[in-house]
Structure formats: C-alpha cells, structure tokens
Design a protein around this ligand. Structure first.
Ligand code: ADP
Length: 248
C-alpha cells in the first residue's frame, strides 16, 4: 500500500456558471502517491474539477488544501503550477521544431526564471533528471529527434515528461489515451502506474478498459458531485452508476 494520507483535500466545493452548478458540494481526497481515475458522463464536472484544483477557476464556496498547510484558494494558477501541481491538457503544448531533449530542457528551466534558456547550461542534477525522465517516458533513443516528428503517443509522453522534470507532487492528466494505438495505450498504462508512489496521479478518462487496467480507486462524478467511489468492480456494479451511464 502506497498510501501516506491525503495530499489534496477538496471540500464542499461548488462552482456555478450563470446559476448552473457545474460543481455541487464536491468532496474529493487524494492520497499522497495514489493513482486515482475520475470518470463520469459528459457535463459531470470533470474539467471544472481540474480547473478548480489548478486555480484556473475559483470556486464560489468550499476549500481546497494542498497538504495540510497550503490553501490553494489563496494561490494564483501559476503559483499552483510551480508549487507542485502539474496538469497535462489533451492537446500537446510541445515545441515541434525543437528536439525532445530541448523540450525537456525548456520545461526544466521554466521552473526558474529564464526564457533565454537553450544554452545548455543545465546543472548535472537537472541533466540527470532529464535522463531519468527520458527513460520513464520511453524516449531515450529519440532525445535528439525533432518533437514534431514524433508519433501521437510519443508526443503525449513527452508532454508528461515536461511536467515530470519539474517534480510535481500531483499530476492531473486529461484523457491520456485518446487517439492512441493499442500499443501506445499499454505503454501509457505502464507509465502512469510507474509514476504512482512518487507522485499522486489523477487521471480523467473515458476509456473504461484503460481505467480498469490502471486504477485501484475510481471516483464517479455526476452533476458536480461524487456519485460513487471505490474499485472499478464496486463502481461498475453500483446501481446509481449504471443508471447514470445507461441514461447517457
Ligand atoms: P465534464 O468535463 O465532466 O464534461 P465540465 O466540467 O466541462 O464537465 O462541465 C460541467 C458543466 O458545466 C457542463 O454542463 C458545462 O456546460 C458547464 N460549464 C463548464 N464550464 C462552463 C463555463 N465556462 N460557462 C458556462 N458553463 C460551463
């Protein structure tokens, strides 16, 4: 068991858009080092949940704590990103004209202050970390390749790598396997499960077979709050969950 108690506390969080409650008293506790999958029908509030955790949207009510001391509602989006909560969007934001290594180098430096960074003045420690991340994401042999020439799956892994070089405590990953080949899906499952323990990983994903293959614990969102939580077998056999998915 990799559990060391919660790293992220989302408590009674509500968000309204023009009177419509996208999140409605959401309560979510993510353990340090766990891999959690979040599922739910369209409009359930999954994106809004990621937006409030990362500071992109501030809730109307409720609280969000990072560890026991850091009140995320008092932090701006860029501070939260720098403070250890990384987010991978569906659409890659890699620099296609740069090499795989240069993309990782740039992501390493963006942790600090520099924008004039591609002068290869990384510390030994940073270089080691990039090498380690290249191994993790399976792109060691491609480090000199132009990022634009990578496959769809490789681009997604590079994007995850660009977050990993910043050593996030929590990693939010939005639909990681959309559009991937079977082999790429398998590699992504290995990658994400290997990150748990060292990072907390929150995966929002529609592909149920994939969720089943990686998740120990699944949270089902519906109408902005938690409908069910447990193992994949538990939630899939929950009559409320079945009703929600059949009604989609
Ligand atoms: P999911 O990611 O689970 O599909 P979302 O969090 O995107 O759900 O959306 C939850 C609900 O909130 C949806 O009904 C959506 O239309 C609404 N919503 C989300 N963002 C906005 C916004 N910026 N303005 C108005 N409505 C929004």
């Amino acid at each position: 068991d990799t559990s060391h108690g919660p790293i992220l506390y989302v408590e009674d969080v509500s968000v309204s858009f023009d009177g419509f409650k996208a999140l409605n008293n959401l309560n979510l506790y993510i353990d340090d080092g766990e891999l959690r999958c979040i599922i739910g029908p369209n409009g359930a509030g999954k994106t809004t949940m990621m937006d409030v955790i990362t500071g992109k949207t501030k809730p109307d009510t409720g609280s969000i704590w990072f560890g026991q001391r850091i009140d995320l509602l008092k932090r701006a989006e860029h501070e939260i990103a720098r403070g250890g909560i990384g987010r991978k969007f569906q659409k890659p934001t890699i620099f296609e004209a740069l090499s795989v290594f240069e993309n990782l180098e740039l992501a390493t430096a963006s942790n600090k202050k520099v924008w004039y960074t591609l002068n290869h003045d990384l510390s030994g420690e940073q270089r080691d970390r990039i090498d380690e991340v290249l191994q993790q994401i399976g792109l060691t042999e491609h480090y000199q390749q132009e990022a634009g020439a990578l496959s769809h799956g490789q681009k997604q892994w590079l994007e995850i790598g660009m977050l990993l070089v910043q050593n996030p405590r929590v990693l939010l990953v939005d639909e990681p396997v959309a559009g991937m080949t079977g082999e790429e899906v398998e590699h992504t499952a290995q990658l994400l499960t290997s990150l748990a323990g060292r990072h907390s990983v929150i995966v929002v994903e529609h592909d149920m077979a994939f969720v089943r293959s990686i998740a120990r614990k699944v949270t089902v969102l519906h109408q902005g709050s938690v409908l069910a939580e447990g193992s994949m077998d538990q939630v899939q056999n929950d009559p409320r969950v079945i009703e929600v998915y059949l009604g989609e």
